[in-house]
Design a protein around this ligand. Sequence first.
Ligand code: 5AD
Ligand code: SF4
Length: 433
Amino acid sequence: MKYHVVTFGCQMNVADSNEMSARLEARGMASTPEIEEADLVLINTCTVRQQAENRALSLLGRLKEWKKAREGRLIVLTGCAAERIKNEVSWRIPQVDLTVGAKDIERFGERLDELLGERFDWVSETEEAFDSKVVGSGDPISYVTIMRGCNYTCSYCIVPSVRGKEVYRPPETILAEVRAGVETGAKEVLLLGQTVNSYSYNDRGFAELLQQVDAVPGLQRIRYMSPHPHYMDRPTIERMAGLSTVCEHVHLPVQSGSDRLLKEMRRNYTRAWYLEAVNYLRKKIPGVSITTDVIVGFPGETEKDFEQTLGLVEEAGFDSAYCFKYSPRPGTRAAALADDVPTPLKEERLARVFEKMEAQSRRNAQKLIGTKQEILVEETGEGGTKWVVGRTRGNWKVKVALPGRAPVKPGDLVKTKITSADGRAVLGEAIAS
Ligand code: 5AD
Ligand code: SF4
């Protein structure tokens, strides 16, 4: 049997998809990049904005014909949108054979066995066997979930209702996964959680976990996503700065530069607190790259509020930002407020913040010219003899020309001198040291 996975949304979803793929493979299925070849399609959904949900629904619509074309084909719906609409799936999207919402993702194997048992008289012992071993994916970057859920109640956000309250995985489980990744070739680990730095286990926090992960032999780089600004305090920053594998990159979602809106959003920090964290990060981690998420058009956002966001983009010196138009989500506190910024105005603000960010990103990229960077190779061209693409520790994507000696492969670290930067297209050439 062949399976095909489509993942929408954030890196947490990518990690969940990897985990579910491993469980499909433990049952003898093989992955295929072609939907037409697949017997089972798994759609791992996102519901953070309505548009993300719509994309999954439209794919499900197209899959009706796919399913009819061959007897026995299966459609599995998982993730955050699946959690939100799970009670409606059987009548709204009857082509779906199994729905596993985000809160149930850990029971995916069990639910899958029920379906396979029902349809194909499948008897599985794989789940137990699977649970006792941890397997690395073989990728240069290993995604490791350290916590699930979120204890915040940001007024625009649907995540807490679909993913539930925070649950932390034990450090031993996390470390075993990191080691398994390194053993199969990973050089970098991306630690994942909705508010990753609120991690806590038996009174030991995120900084202690970083310290333990940093000590894993063979691991070269640690990244984490996404930290919440509230927990970016001085002691945490100081401890992070002292760990050599922690990359000089922090993705720190700000959402708005207006104190009034931050309060309405229930973000639990002020503009001043955020900027203080940014400044301290810059002081303790020289050359740190800071990126962010921004929402425009939150209910009641005035031109003045928006200008404060624009000002903050500049003051914080972000290297890049994901910018979103506010999308009302059912059941959230903000959904009870009038969505009173008209769509054309949201679009105009999005374009303005985007334009500002692009210009700043270009300027920041220019500053890299002439510097030496270490690139972790993700992609290779012409057998890895002419060029490779990878990321710096600061998360800049760089295309590196090779001198044409021994071939370079994904997962290699290449010392690079940056030669030019046109926008975010940064170019470099490999150097001896
Ligand atoms: N509308 C628009 N953007 C949202 N985000 C979360 N909820 C919403 C919403 N209702 C954005 C935030 C968050 C990112 C993952 O998605 O910026 O950091
Ligand atoms: Fe949503 Fe806020 Fe939790 Fe992030 S911290 S997942 S924005 S509720």
